[in-house]
Design a protein around this ligand. Structure first.
Ligand SMILES: Cc1ncc(COP(=O)(O)O)c(C=O)c1O
Length: 921
């Protein structure tokens, strides 16, 4: 073994490069990283007896390719060993990058294809040498294979190897494993180590890369699709190559297992060798669960090729259900249809539905975050017992009773010329009345609709589906697809109405995200932002969940307006009833206004007893400032730095977050800024500057600043701020828009949590659970001073419907014990987040379900990790969790979702967070 100092000496003597050498991994050769002041290199000192022709081939190939790495100078012989120098490919090894996202896999495929494109016309005699890793000559492994991999190698010898000679072949890299791929800035920057280069069928390149790249993936087919998509985009693959890809991947894995078995036998004490074959075995097991034709369909779909040859589906000779109603039964996420009340009609093909909440199919291995939602049949709703007729001549191909919840129940599959038709939700008698192999004539009644009880709980209907390939298991063929796989199933199971020809638009179509975004841009102001790099089109809300137009579910840790839960039925009913009976303004007497004001002030300390209702939080803050100015006869307002109080003119002026931010006009002269009392970043600001309120009308401040970064004031701060304000003749305004109504768990209001008592309280957001309203609550003295002759009137403020909404919200908080619930769930969440103790987490703070996680690059310097925070928020979205960032440094993740969030939700959040913290991409 050559020492690094010796390597450095060789580099200087042979290549004239003075630098520091550090040993790199290498199975047989001595490899060094050579760092000179100008650049970094790889110095390769080959083992004695290394094949000079193979080194010559690598040098020639790399020169031919003109990509990274570059060969520097010419190889030479030092002490009988070949020494050569390469440029160092900057980045991280693929093996060390987490996660291996679909984008990264696609980039791996594309890069590999670009190398292969470059090698297309490269030739070298050494490329024809014999190598145990030659996938075209894997038969050597069969005689020594054990039962785990023998069937794969037998299939290889009998069915795969004979077909390889018909495929295009060229020189390929032949070993794109995770340690030979370099990643920089989230994409593959280069491939290294060309020592296994070989003349072989081109598809072997993809198979070998896949054998490594798919290891550890939960959804192997999605990962394979991504790799192949990238490769095919640069270097299109042929049909016959795709057909052999899966067996070649399996063969490569089998050869690896055999190879490590041989090595284990030679080194029985080497624990590592035995452990290292586990991922290959695990991947083989995953593939064993996938039907090979289905895997091929995934591959073809990834390449944008037709999955199966098209079949000309014949027109039905007979209706399936006589006189079926052709009214559409809308079961899409935005529908308000109550399926239990449906007695007739058509449920559409390709419709996303929320009803299917069951987990994974063994066959499809889709990621847990994605839900199966897209209906790939047609539903014909009709009463139980309705006869089902064959639309075409056919033969009974299969029958079964699938009794899982939401499954088909009794199901029959008919075989026709080149395709199958499946009929689910039949009666139990149907199964005993027909036999597999029996002929069924068009128009023959061969089944009846079954009862709800034996049909997975479904309202009686026929689920009819077309199968162009039954994947050898017709009765268990999925009736619902993952959105990411729908393109495949659209071909395998086309719309049955192509046969039935019912006079309805039977295929559901959603507007695409791109269309929605374009339409929005066309008519909506450009500074209304949209969350996430991949925006979400929402269709429905329910308690702590939101659902997009594909029926995918998001756990809402972000939105605080739906305080008691999205679409809480008690609030919805209260508002609906009020809108349907009376919704007018405060100029008429109606008991609701005073009733609501009494209920609201009952939650506040004396003397906060007078209520003004508005239509928003901004409007409420505007009013609060008018009250304070009228009462004190002063103009200036003291506010806390980094604050946000609304979007109206005065509120933009009073919000440093806005006036000092992009497009802001700077601080007006009537605004006085108080530093943020942030004990994590600004200890000096934790003492209230009494000077700031001298001569001011008011001190306006959030009790727990949210936009400021989910700040928790140190004990006693707010009390002393209020005392100083009052001593200076000003009034204290508490902006409780974010923190009011029990969110903090320990207290109903933020000021209460600090033991401080304001003169004016501003309410908004959660107050109406989404019904647009705000409120100002103040003392009799301030309200009386405000009544100076000018009328106060807000058209929508205090409308009958808003009073109904506000009252219903208070009732739900009380009835469902949501304040206490926020306390216990929040406490658990806070404790678990604190126990994560990761270097990226600088601070975890908050109370109840108002929490902040401040992310830092470095715990000592507290350098903000804004990019890390944005990345995490997008990754949480990929895992079905909604969040946002805040704080002047954009590095605080804020958690403040609907109060019904449960312990399970909190646990799931922490689980995902821990997983994402482990990522380093
Ligand atoms: C603390 C605070 N005050 C006031 C407002 C303004 O409320 P609205 O958007 O209802 O006008 C907001 C809104 O984000 C807020 O966070």
């Amino acid at each position: 073994m050559i020492a690094p100092a010796e390597a450095a000496r060789i580099a200087l003597a042979e290549f004239g490069l003075g630098g520091i050498a550090t040993r790199l991994d290498g199975e047989y050769d001595d490899n060094f990283l050579l760092e000179t002041p100008e650049a970094r290199y790889v110095l390769k000192i080959m083992h004695t007896g290394a094949d000079a022709a193979v080194v010559d081939m690598q040098v020639a190939a790399l020169r031919h390719l003109a990509k990274v790495p570059r060969v520097i100078g010419e190889p030479r012989i030092v002490d009988g060993r070949i020494v050569w120098l390469l440029s160092f490919v900057e980045g991280r090894l693929y093996a060390h990058v987490r996660p291996h996202s679909e984008a990264l896999l696609e980039s791996l495929g594309a890069t590999l294809a670009s190398y292969d494109t470059g090698l297309k016309d490269f030739t070298h005699p050494a490329s024809r040498r014999a190598l145990k890793w030659d996938l075209a000559r894997a038969e050597w492994a069969l005689p020594i294979a054990d039962e785990r991999v023998r069937p794969i190698l037998e299939h290889y010898v009998s069915d795969v190897q004979p077909r390889l000679s018909g495929l295009r072949a060229q020189v390929i890299h032949n070993d794109a494993n995770d340690y030979n791929v370099v990643v920089a800035d989230g994409t593959v920057a280069g491939i290294i180590d060309f020592g296994d280069m070989l003349h072989a069928p081109l598809i072997c390149e993809v198979a070998i890369a896949a054998a490594y790249a798919l290891m550890g993936h939960e959804d192997v087919l999605a990962a394979l699709r991504a790799l192949v998509r990238g490769y095919h985009r640069v270097l299109p693959l042929h049909d016959d190559e795709l057909a052999l890809l899966l067996p070649l991947i399996q063969t490569r894995l089998a050869v690896s297992v055999v190879n490590s078995t041989i090595r284990c036998a030679a080194e029985p004490d080497n624990e590592y060798l035995r452990v290292s074959e586990a991922p290959a075995c695990a991947l083989l097991e995953r593939f064993r669960l996938v039907h090979p034709r289905l895997a091929l369909y995934h591959l073809r779909s990834a390449c944008g090729l037709r999955v199966v040859p098209p079949v000309a589906l014949p027109r039905a000779v007979s209706p399936v259900i006589a006189g079926v109603s052709t009214e559409i039964v809308d079961l899409s996420p935005a529908s308000d249809c109550e399926i239990d009340r449906v007695t007739g009609g058509i449920g559409r093909y390709a419709e996303p539905r929320l009803v299917y909440t069951s987990g994974l199919f063994a066959r499809s291995l889709a990621p847990t975050a994605e839900r199966r939602t897209i209906h790939i049949g047609l539903d014909l709703f009709a009463p139980m017992g309705t006869p089902v007729m064959a639309p075409l001549d056919g033969v009974v191909h299969a029958k079964a009773f699938n009794d899982a919840p939401l499954d088909y129940g009794p199901v029959v599959v008919l075989k026709h010329d080149g395709f199958f038709t499946l009929y689910g939700h039949l009666s139990a008698e149907t199964l005993s009345s027909i036999e597999v192999g029996e002929t069924v004539k068009a128009g023959q009644s061969f089944a009846r609709l079954g009862a709800k009880e034996i049909n997975g709980g479904w309202t009686p209907h026929l689920h009819m589906q077309v199968l162009l390939d039954d994947l050898d298991d017709s009765c268990d063929f999925p009736g619902v697809a993952y959105p990411s796989e729908f393109e495949i199933y659209r071909e395998l199971s086309p719309d049955p109405n192509r046969i039935l020809q019912l006079p309805v638009i039977s295929t559901f179509e959603n507007e695409t995200i791109e269309d929605l975004a374009r339409e929005r841009r066309a008519s909506i102001g450009p500074n209304l932002s949209v969350s996430y790099a991949k925006p979400i089109a929402m269709a429905r809300g329910w308690m702590q969940y939101l659902y997009d137009t594909d029926g995918q579910r998001y756990l809402d840790f972000y939105n605080n307006v739906p305080h008691v839960g999205h679409c809480h039925p008690h609030v919805v009913r209260a508002v609906q009833k009020q809108l349907a009976t009376l919704n007018t303004n405060t100029r008429y007497l109606n008991e609701a206004l005073a009733r609501y004001a009494r209920a609201l002030t009952a939650k506040m300390p004396e003397p906060l007893r007078v209520v003004f209702l508005t239509a928003s939080g901004s409007e409420a803050n505007e009013l609060a400032i008018r009250l304070a100015r009228t009462y004190t006869g002063r103009r200036d307002i003291a506010v806390m730095a980094s604050g946000y109080h609304g979007h109206t003119n005065t509120m933009i002026d009073a919000s440093e977050y806005k006036f000092a931010g992009p497009g802001g006009a700077g601080k007006p002269d009537w605004v006085r800024l108080v530093p943020v009392a942030d004990s994590y970043r600004n200890r000096a600001g934790c003492v209230f500057p009494a000077d700031a309120v001298r001569g001011a009308a008011a001190f306006l401040c959030e009790s727990f600043p949210s936009v400021g970064g989910q700040i928790v004031f140190p004990e006693g701060y707010l009390q002393s701020a209020y005392a100083a304000t009052r001593a200076a003749g000003g009034v204290c305004i508490a902006d409780e828009v974010q923190t009011g109504f029990g969110r903090l768990g320990s207290h109903f209001w933020g000021f209460d949590a600090h033991g401080a008592q304001p003169d004016i309280v501003v309410l908004g957001k959660p107050i109406g659970n989404g019904f647009p309203m705000g409120a100002v609550v103040t003392t009799r003295a301030i309200a009386d001073a405000f009544a100076n002759g000018m009328e106060f009137f807000s058209t929508f403020g205090g409308s009958n419907a808003s009073c109904a909404a506000g009252l219903a919200v208070l009732e739900v908080i009380e009835r469902e014990g949501l304040q206490e619930h926020a306390r216990v769930v929040g406490d658990r969440l806070l404790a678990e987040l604190r126990s994560l103790n990761h270097e990226l987490i600088g601070d975890v703070r908050g109370a109840g379900l108002f929490l902040g996680i401040e992310l830092v690059e470095d715990r000592e310097t507290k350098a903000p990790a804004a990019r890390g925070a944005a990345r995490l928020v997008n990754r949480f979205r990929d895992h079905g969790i909604l969040l946002g960032t805040d704080g002047p440094l954009h590095n605080v993740i804020k958690l403040r979702g609907p109060l019904p969030l449960t312990f399970d939700d909190a646990e799931f959040f922490v689980e995902v967070f821990a997983k994402l913290l482990w990522e380093n991409a």
